[in-house]
Design a protein around this ligand. Structure first.
Ligand code: FE2
Length: 333
């Protein structure tokens, strides 16, 4: 199926300026005050939530509400949800309606379960999303949203629709080759440092569910970084895997952002059917400082009892009901 991407306008928020004058003194007998005409570099602040799973998780709406309330109290440049959000159905309406009450810029990433009860076009229309993959600028950074929701059927890339993705892993969670070409061009077209956000992972995850397109995506990222005299892509963020993790591949930081709601443990291991529920709504507030620092203010919670450890789930030691606080450094432009 043809890509759904259309042109989307980028929104550049005016950044508040800090002090514009600095006192400069030298070692001679006089001092003077000079106006600094360079614009101070402000950090970009974002709210990040993923995998609330409305329609599958009983209290998804309340979890979203907690996030939106806290986000509204902060001075954020934007909020983003990274997929597995809600279905394009009557039932899903309360979720998108609540999301749309946020007074500020909002962005969506498509997740696999968002196309369980409809087509990709229907989900996008329901959310008011004009592109399935796109990019936008905020402050000194360029953000890129990718869509890893394609299956390969008879050598053709097909959009996810009506839960058609329950096939072998190597033929799903794919990025369309046209999108890979677009990514190459989009990275070449900006002189800002970039952050990529997707639903499925492009690094290596122990659950074996990383996108099979990760090698192609990482090649584009690494080529872009090698072509410029600064590190063009500094970080990638994803949801989908419901884990709290971080890795570095060729100087690029890959962050696994945990679900707001639960980890899927399967029958016999969950506190709510097959789900190991988190006691609290889990999300993060991020500060990306052009001086070379990413700060993740996460949220710590616990599993509802009985926990995966109580029930001796084989992956219990790797699971967490939290998003860790992290501070990482990157080489600024
Ligand atoms: Fe997912």
């Amino acid at each position: 199926m043809k890509s759904i991407r259309k042109n989307r306008r980028s929104f550049i928020k005016k950044l508040g300026l800090g002090a514009t004058a600095v006192a400069v003194s030298n070692t001679s007998s006089f001092a003077f005050t000079a106006k600094n005409t360079a614009k101070p570099k402000d950090a970009v602040k974002m709210g990040f939530i993923t995998d609330i799973h409305h329609g599958y998780c009983k209290d998804a709406l309340q979890r979203l509400n907690v996030f939106l309330k806290q986000a509204s109290k902060r001075d954020l440049d934007f909020i983003i949800q990274a997929g597995d959000f809600c279905h394009p159905t009557e039932e899903g309406k309360e979720c998108i309606d609540l999301w749309n009450t946020y007074k500020g810029d909002t962005y969506h990433v498509l997740g696999n379960h968002d196309m369980d009860k409809g087509t990709k076009e229907e989900t996008m229309a329901f959310w008011g999303m004009t592109n399935n993959y796109y990019s936008f600028d905020k402050g000194d950074f360029h953000f890129i949203v990718l869509d890893g929701n394609y299956i390969l059927k008879d050598d053709t890339y097909v959009d996810y629709a009506h839960a058609n993705f329950y096939i072998e892993q190597q033929h799903r969670s794919l990025v369309h080759p046209d999108q890979i070409d677009w990514l190459k061009e989009d990275l070449a077209s900006t002189d800002k440092q970039c952050i990529i956000i997707s639903h499925q992972a492009f690094d290596e995850i122990w659950d074996g569910w990383s996108s099979p397109s990760r090698f192609a995506v990482r090649k584009v990222i690494d080529d872009a970084n090698n072509r410029t005299d600064f590190q063009k892509v500094i970080a990638c963020f994803c949801g989908h895997h419901h884990v709290d993790d971080h890795s570095i591949i060729n100087k690029v930081h890959y962050f696994q952002m945990n679900s707001a709601s639960y980890y899927y443990v399967g029958e016999g291991y969950g506190s709510d059917d097959s789900k190991a529920m988190y006691e609290d709504s889990i999300f993060a507030f991020l500060t990306i400082d052009p001086k070379g620092r990413i700060v993740i203010e996460g949220k710590r919670s616990n599993f509802v009892s009985p926990t995966p450890t109580d029930l001796k789930h084989p992956d219990a030691s790797r699971l967490s009901a939290s998003i860790s606080n992290r501070e990482i450094e990157f080489t600024a432009k």
